[in-house]
Write a protein that binds this ligand. Structure first.
Ligand SMILES: [Zn+2]
Length: 219
């Protein structure tokens, strides 16, 4: 719950324990279920009791150090901390439970964009609850996305020259040493086929792993 003054022209809302509202009678206050609801009614959060800005103030030295080391820049507005990272933009802002939540700027349009409470951003399902852990999450998310882009740069297909008949024949040619017994030759060929089969399976498993990691990172 957040509270505003019925008569206030400032349209500011506060947490229950903020001293700005402590001196007012219950009847003078209007309550909102959440800051999100209050914002939809044109209210904004008091900078003094805004939990995200309070947490920032308590951890400012560590916050600044992390940003400097990671090449992050930020500015603070009414409600949130706007972060600019080398590859993206993020917002740390107050969620429905007055906790800090993370929004990530869209890099492409999605069908669910209209559902977001912040235009041009989507809610990032970050498991971290405190600001400094959220900063680390952003850092690793950016690293991961840098290595696994949604839209990898298209490489020009290189046309392989059609192998000449002579080469085709050469590729098929038995590379086993001359003079090897038929039995041994057969066994070595079988081993070779088994190695190729295992390499194919490994490659498929690697692809599945990469997809699962990508899903986890964007979930
Ligand atoms: Zn307040």
């Amino acid at each position: 719950m957040v509270y505003g003054l019925k008569t206030s022209a400032a349209q500011v809302v506060h947490t229950a324990d903020c001293h700005y509202i402590a001196k007012h009678a219950q009847g003078d206050l209007v309550a909102y279920g959440s800051i999100v609801g209050a914002m939809q009614n044109g209210r904004r959060f008091c900078r003094h009791c805004n939990p995200v800005l309070q947490e920032y103030a308590r951890n400012r030295l560590s916050f600044d150090r992390f940003c400097e080391d990671s090449g992050f820049h930020y500015r603070i507005d009414e409600m949130s901390i706007d972060l600019q990272t080398p590859t993206g933009a993020w917002k740390l802002t107050v969620g429905k439970e007055n906790q800090s939540v993370l929004f990530h700027r869209n890099t492409e349009s999605r069908s669910v964009d209209h559902l977001s409470t912040i235009k041009g951003y989507h809610l990032q399902r970050c498991p971290e609850k405190d600001l400094l852990s959220q900063l680390k999450y952003i850092y690793f998310h950016d690293c991961f996305r840098g290595e696994n882009p949604y839209f990898p740069p298209k490489e020009k297909p290189v046309k392989k020259p059609a192998p000449s008949k002579k080469k085709k024949h050469a590729a098929k040619k038995d590379t086993l040493p001359i003079g090897m017994s038929k039995k041994k030759r057969k066994k070595m060929k079988e081993q070779q086929r088994e190695r190729e089969r295992r390499a194919k399976i490994r490659s498929v498993l690697d692809t599945i792993d990469a997809l699962q990691m990508a899903r986890r990172a964007t979930a």
